[in-house]
Every structure is written in structure tokens, then in C-alpha cells.
Design a protein around this ligand. Structure first.
Ligand code: HEM
Ligand code: CU
Length: 443
């Protein structure tokens, strides 16, 4: 131990990873990590009192080499209200270091360990109540590089998934306290990458160029959930399963247990924004587990063409079909205003998919209803279109359309409402259609 060269570990903040270790011999590596409790952003308008390793969630990335002797210093900031310690899964010994690192606010603890096994390991606080210390943000990753090092890649990133259990539900504003009952029943309000909703999205997205190889060190802090980690539109060329040295190839989604990790690698072949998710998909789109990797560079149309065509699909040969009413109206409108209001709902459920939210249609496929001369010149004809469907060539706003609109199975009341809504929206010139007019056209 005494003859080993001494160096201080470079610690980084997610998603940055310290540079690869180039030395071919062990060293004595001094790691100094500070625990600090601080208020930060969990989502827009939502704050949380995080308990952290290094001032952010997840904690600093630590990179050492197999065979290194690590002198570990844990400093608990004097402003902390709680004692903390650290359990590093890379440590062979009681508590993974926790039994030697219990540290009161304003104190510092030291212990040493030898990194016997290479791999990507989670570390976390293990002070009682353990679940609460982890739920508040106390976890990070330590990489023990194998003696021979990892194969070089162009980009390396650090991501850690975890959940937050708050008194308020997802998105409820203000400083949100920890909710023990939700944590016990394992129903989080937030599931996030790197400690906050959007931490690696938008302007904070990770980046790479077409042709580069990307390696992501992915951890799961839990405290409870298992992650089904997936990158939409990419296939992992390699996964170091569970952060060990078994490599699987051509993987779509990899399971990462709470308190576990994986290393994923892929070559980026085409440009675009690739979305990282926990494929337990409500977590991604409704609880925050969504990140982005932006790839710049030239298209490769042989690998991915982009949209080549949008045309009408008529498997039954073009006979007019009919679609059943969705969102039926049981209440009769008492005024034009109510007719417009009810009609707006009918439109959203029965028409919007084709004619679009502002009635603008889709060029070449679905004619516009906004400013449509076809519609406005003859409201009776539009009643017929809804009752019986429409096919064959028509001209709307000087553009020709030759598609098929199915008859919509709406009540007289709903047809009157939706057409009144259309006539009074998006700059159209007004008017009312009454159910009596619809009844008249039915016969
Ligand atoms: C045509 C209204 C639902 C596809 C039309 C027209 C009207 C209209 C007034 C005549 C052309 C124009 O004025 O632009 C409505 C309303 C709907 C509805 C109020 C809901 C109640 C749909 C849906 C589809 C669709 C769900 C797609 C499945 C079409 C097509 C045409 C058309 C393709 C042109 C037909 C042709 O080329 O002959 N629609 N529409 N419409 N609609 Fe709809
Ligand atoms: Cu702690």
C-alpha cells in the first residue's frame, strides 16, 4: 500500500463521466465526497429537499481501477440535519463501508478498501431509515475499470434512474415533502433520470455525432422500482449485463434492478433525437422517466428513410364505411353557445384525427374545414357528408381531394352541434345547424 503512487479521484456531475484511467498499475486513490442537504428543482414549479452526495442527484461519478487502494473520506456538511454514511457496492467488507462511515453533521469519516472486483457499482446512504435517505436522493455510481481498461468509445455518459414520493401528486407546485406512505406502497409520483424531470432533455440533452460510439453508464437508485431501460430508435450493440463483464449483444431493453446498473453501448448511425425511457411506459410519459440524446450529422437514407408517403388506405376497396359515435351527447343544447360547446367535444372525438385540431386538414389527404368553400357554400351538403360519408373527387380551396370519408354514426343532435361548432370556428363565417335540419336530410 505504502509504495503505491497517490492520486486524487476526479469526481464528476451527471451526465459527465471522468476520463478513462490510462495507468497500467494500481494506485492509492483518495476520494473525498461531501453529503449536503439542499432544496432543488424536481420539476417545473416543484421543489424538493434533496439529500445528496456532492450537492446534486445522482451523486458524483467515481472512477477507479481494479486493484486500487481507495482512501475514502466522507464529509457531512455542517448544515445537514441528519447523519449520513455510505455503502459502496464496490466494497468488500461489512456494510460496504457503511459501518465505518457513519458521520454526524459537521464531521468527517475515513475508511479504506481495495477494489477487488471490476464492474459498475451503485453507492448509497445506508443510515436509518435507509429507504428515506435513498428516496431523498442519496445514491450514485462508482466504476471499477478492469485492469485492461474498457474499449475506447467516442462519448461516455452517466445516467441514474430513481423515484420520488411526494405529498402532492405529479406536477403539484411548491416545496414537496417526502411521503412515507407512498414510499411504503411503492407508488411514486415521479420516476426520473438524473434527479429531476427533464434533467437530460431539451437543452440538457446528451449529444453525439453520426458515426460515433456511445457508452452510457446507467444506474438505478430505486429505492423500489426496477427499470426497463430503453432508447427509442436505437438497439444496444452491447450491454454489460448488470454492470458486470458478461456482454449481451443486440438488446432492445435491459432490466436494471434497484441498487444495480448496466453499461450500454451503441454506434449512432443516423441523426435525430433519441428518447431514453423506462419502458414501463407510464413512468416515461406521465412520471418523468424520459431523457434525450441528440445526434447531429448527415442522414443515411438507406438506414432510415424518413416518411416516404402518406396516402389513403382503403383495404375494403373504397366502399363507404361508417364509424360509430364516440362521446355521445345525451343533453340537448339550449342555445347556440351550448351547441358550439357540445360540438367542440364531438369534433375532438370524431373529426379531429383527420381534419386536425384547427380544421386545417392534411394536404393531399384530408380537406380543410377552416375556410372550406365546399362546406360554407352549402351547409345542407355538409349534413349529407356526415350522414352518408363522401367519396370521389372534390375540390376544396382550389385543391383536389379524392379520398373517402366514412359516414359518422352520430345522433341528429350531435351532427347539428358539430357542424355548428365547425361553422363558428377558425375564422368560418358562423351560422347554426339545427337537429330538425338533420332529420330532414336523413329521409
Ligand atoms: C370531407 C366534415 C370526420 C375524412 C369532409 C367535408 C366535411 C367534413 C364538411 C367536405 C369537404 C370540406 O368541407 O372540406 C367532417 C366532420 C367530421 C368528419 C364534421 C366529424 C364529425 C372525418 C373523419 C375522416 C374524414 C373521421 C377520416 C377518417 C374526410 C375526407 C374527406 C372529408 C377524406 C374528403 C372526401 C373526398 O375526397 O371525397 N369532411 N368530417 N372526415 N372528410 Fe370529413
Ligand atoms: Cu443519508
Amino acid at each position: 500500500d505504502l509504495e503505491l503512487p497517490v492520486e486524487h479521484a476526479t469526481l464528476t456531475v451527471a451526465p459527465i463521466v471522468p476520463p478513462p484511467i490510462v495507468r497500467d498499475h494500481p494506485a492509492k486513490v483518495i476520494v473525498t465526497l461531501e453529503t449536503i442537504e439542499k432544496v432543488g428543482r424536481l420539476s417545473d414549479g416543484v421543489e424538493y429537499t434533496f439529500w445528496t452526495f456532492g450537492g446534486q442527484v445522482p451523486g458524483n461519478f467515481i472512477r477507479i481501477r481494479e486493484g486500487d487502494h481507495v482512501e475514502f473520506n466522507l464529509n457531512n456538511h455542517p448544515s445537514s440535519k441528519m447523519p449520513h454514511n455510505i455503502d459502496l457496492h464496490a466494497v468488500t467488507g461489512p456494510g460496504g463501508g457503511a459501518t465505518s462511515s457513519f458521520t454526524a453533521p459537521g464531521h468527517s469519516s475515513r475508511f479504506s478498501f481495495k477494489a477487488l472486483n471490476p464492474g459498475l457499482y451503485v453507492y448509497h446512504c445506508a443510515t436509518a431509515p435507509v429507504g428515506m435517505h435513498i428516496a431523498n436522493g442519496m445514491y450514485g455510481l462508482i466504476l471499477v475499470e478492469p485492469e485492461e481498461g474498457l474499449p475506447p468509445v467516442d462519448k461516455e455518459y452517466y445516467i441514474m434512474q430513481s423515484e420520488f414520493y411526494t405529498k402532492g401528486s405529479y406536477g403539484e407546485e411548491g416545496l414537496q415533502p417526502f411521503d412515507m406512505a407512498k414510499a411504503l406502497s411503492e407508488i411514486p409520483d415521479y420516476v426520473v433520470f438524473n434527479g429531476a424531470v427533464g434533467a437530460i432533455a431539451g437543452d440538457n440533452a446528451m449529444r453525439a455525432d453520426v458515426g460515433e460510439s456511445v457508452r452510457i453508464f446507467v444506474g438505478n437508485g430505486g429505492p423500489n422500482l426496477v427499470s426497463s431501460f430503453h432508447v427509442i430508435g436505437e438497439i444496444f450493440d452491447k450491454v454489460y449485463v448488470e454492470g458486470g463483464d458478461m456482454v449481451n449483444h443486440h438488446v432492445q431493453s435491459t432490466l436494471i434492478p434497484a441498487g444495480g446498473s448496466a453499461v450500454v453501448e451503441f454506434l449512432v448511425d443516423v441523426p435525430g433525437t433519441f428518447i431514453l425511457v423506462d419502458h414501463s411506459i407510464f413512468r416515461a410519459f406521465n412520471k418523468g422517466a424520459l431523457g434525450m440524446l441528440k445526434i447531429d450529422g448527415d442522414e443515411d437514407l438507406a438506414v432510415y428513410s424518413g416518411k416516404q408517403e402518406d396516402s389513403v388506405y382503403l383495404p375494403e376497396g373504397g366502399g363507404i364505411q361508417s364509424i360509430a359515435e364516440r362521446g355521445s351527447v345525451s343533453v340537448k343544447a339550449k342555445s347556440k353557445e351550448e351547441r358550439i360547446l357540445f360540438g367542440e367535444r364531438t369534433y375532438a372525438q370524431n373529426c379531429m384525427a383527420c381534419h386536425q385540431s384547427s380544421g386545417q386538414g392534411i394536404p393531399g389527404a384530408f380537406p380543410p374545414l377552416a375556410g372550406s368553400d365546399y362546406l360554407l357554400s352549402s351547409p345542407n351538403r355538409s349534413i349529407d357528408v356526415l350522414l352518408h360519408g363522401l367519396s370521389g373527387e372534390i375540390v376544396v380551396g382550389g385543391q383536389s381531394y379524392n379520398g373517402v370519408m366514412p359516414a359518422v354514426q352520430l345522433s341528429d343532435e350531435s351532427i347539428a352541434n358539430v357542424l355548428t361548432y365547425v361553422l363558428n370556428s377558425w375564422g368560418n363565417n358562423g351560422g347554426v345547424i339545427l337537429p330538425e335540419q338533420v332529420i330532414e336530410r336523413r329521409t
